[in-house]
Design a protein around this ligand. Structure first.
Ligand code: NAI
Length: 477
């Protein structure tokens, strides 16, 4: 079998396969889902385009989708997040060799340019005989490309890339301009074939609800992020693990005793603040939401504004999903060699573009994904992963066990939308609570957790069934 793919080095496949084997053991929910549905093949006929960090854990997700019958094409959702050995192993596949790859077409490598990144997303969406019928997205870039493509095809024109808001916007406009020239109905055809998208993260979900509200959403979507077993685990405990990993691999600075500022105290912020405190940092939280600010205070953190603390903090981590949270002016006022990084989905939380425009500023690359920016007055800031999510840029993202929860939700959501698409008119949906509880249940045994079983009388007393769901939908965990 031959197929197209673009990765860094297929020779890394053996290493990738060994790590996939270890990861499979740490992903009990995903592997149980594979066993449960193996004979049913619910994804037979599904052509899934994935846009999600091409890591070892994602490799186990991809091979689960294939095991359930799907054909898959994949791109990463960030220029720095691909693990090249994972990409190679997925291309080769469990039964192939480097000379005879039999796996999945992957278009991803660590350190893509923005042009390469969007070309990879386009390739993952371009099937030999048409488009995907399912999208699995993280941050919504694949969904965005299809929607923008359709919008401009309807208009018959693409805005001039010269008027783009930033480099990335320019790249997308140029791609769509070429696409419109070559085939004026391409994205409309692709969109009409898509049964739905399952979205992994807070930022992507935010985009989906916006499109749903303004009536531009073209196909149904499942919000995987807000499954409890996703956002309250991956976003929180995943970041609790990987924020420290990113800081250590990038800087190896001693965190204990330092003043660390965590911007945002949502799920990701809670995990990051906890991890930094665990290392002995003195943590300050910033928030715009009085509820989250009060939570942070009651969890024992000082809550203040970036403005007030910018001059004396050592480490800054943005976790807001918002933009311009740390500005060039903030960085101008930071202390020498303050570390600045972002773990939110997009790179605009820190104004890196503004930083590069400061008159007289000098950028020195220390090593991949670590840059020192020196201001004319001689003080510098250390920027991780160019302001992109540092846990995937400077380290390897979340560990397998927590991703098993997220990706079991993803797999269930793909099955749900693909097999019951008639039940889902265009809109954004959540998985039902009993499936959320099922995902958690699949992870208990591996941790040696014994669950208490309700008696019939106890269940009746609190008004639930013995087998769940145990909480009303409005319960917040
Ligand atoms: P969330 O909505 O739970 O938390 C964000 C918090 O930031 C909110 O409490 C909000 O009030 C606060 N906030 C907004 N603007 C702010 C500002 N200007 N200053 C201070 N606080 C502000 O979202 P969640 O789930 O924590 O996700 C945050 C970001 O992280 C998203 O972009 C998400 O996609 C991304 N993410 C990244 C992961 C990674 O591995 N790097 C994993 C999971 C999510």
């Amino acid at each position: 079998m031959t197929f197209d793919f673009e990765i860094a080095d297929i020779g890394l496949a053996d290493f990738g396969r060994k790590e996939i084997r270890l990861a499979e053991h740490e992903m009990p929910g995903l592997m149980a889902t594979r066993r449960e549905y193996a004979s049913l093949q619910p994804l037979r006929g599904a052509r899934v385009t994935g846009s999600l960090h091409m890591t070892i854990q994602t490799a186990v997700l991809i091979e689960t989708l294939v095991a359930l019958g799907a054909e898959v094409r994949w791109a990463s959702c960030n220029i720095f997040s691909t693990q090249d050995h994972a990409a190679a192993a997925v291309v080769v596949g469990p039964d192939g060799t480097t000379d005879d790859p039999r796996g999945v077409p992957v278009f991803a490598w660590k350190g893509e340019t923005l042009e390469e990144y969007w070309a990879c997303t386009e390739k993952a969406l371009s099937w030999p005989d048409g488009g995907p019928n399912m999208i699995l997205d993280d941050g919504g870039d694949a969904t965005l490309l299809v929607h923008k493509g359709v919008e401009y095809e309807k208009a018959g024109t693409v805005p001039d890339p010269a008027d783009a808001e930033n480099d990335e916007h320019r790249v997308v406009l140029s791609l769509l301009e070429r696409s419109l020239r070559e085939d004026g109905g391409r994205w409309t055809t692709i969109a009409s074939g898509v049964r739905g998208v399952t979205e992994e993260t807070t930022t992507g979900v935010h985009r989906l609800y916006e499109m749903d509200r303004d009536g531009s959403l073209l196909f149904p979507a499942i919000n995987v992020n807000d499954s409890v077993t996703k956002s309250k685990f991956d976003n929180k405990y995943g970041c609790r693990h990987s924020v420290i990993d990113g800081l250590n691999r990038a800087t190896d600075v001693l965190i204990g005793g330092k003043i660390a500022v965590v911007c945002g105290y949502g799920d990701v912020g809670k995990g990051c603040a906890d991890a930094l405190r665990g290392q002995g940092a003195r943590v300050i939280v910033t928030e715009i939401d009085p509820i989250c600010a009060l939570q942070a205070a009651m969890d024992g953190y000082q809550v203040d504004t970036v403005n007030e603390v910018v001059a004396f903090a050592d480490i800054f981590v943005t976790t807001t999903g918002n933009f311009d949270v740390i500005t060039a002016d903030h960085m101008r006022r930071m202390k020498h060699q303050a570390i600045v990084c972002n773990i939110g989905h997009f790179d605009n939380e820190i104004d890196t573009a503004g930083l590069s425009e400061v008159a007289g500023i000098v950028r020195e690359n220390i090593k991949p994904q670590v840059d020192e920016w020196t201001f004319p007055d001689g003080h510098s800031v250390i920027m991780l992963a160019e302001g992109r999510l540092m846990n995937l840029g400077c380290a390897t993202g979340h560990p397998s066990f927590v991703m098993s929860n997220s990706f079991t939700n993803q797999t269930i959501a793909q099955i749900e939308l693909f097999t019951k698409s008639d039940d889902y008119p265009v809109g954004v949906y959540m998985l039902p609570k009993h499936l959320d509880e099922k995902v958690a249940r699949l992870h208990l045994e591996a941790l040696g957790i014994r669950l208490t079983t309700l008696t019939e009388e106890q269940a009746a007393y609190i008004g639930v069934a013995v087998d769940g769901p145990y909480k009303p939908d409005h319960y917040r965990y």
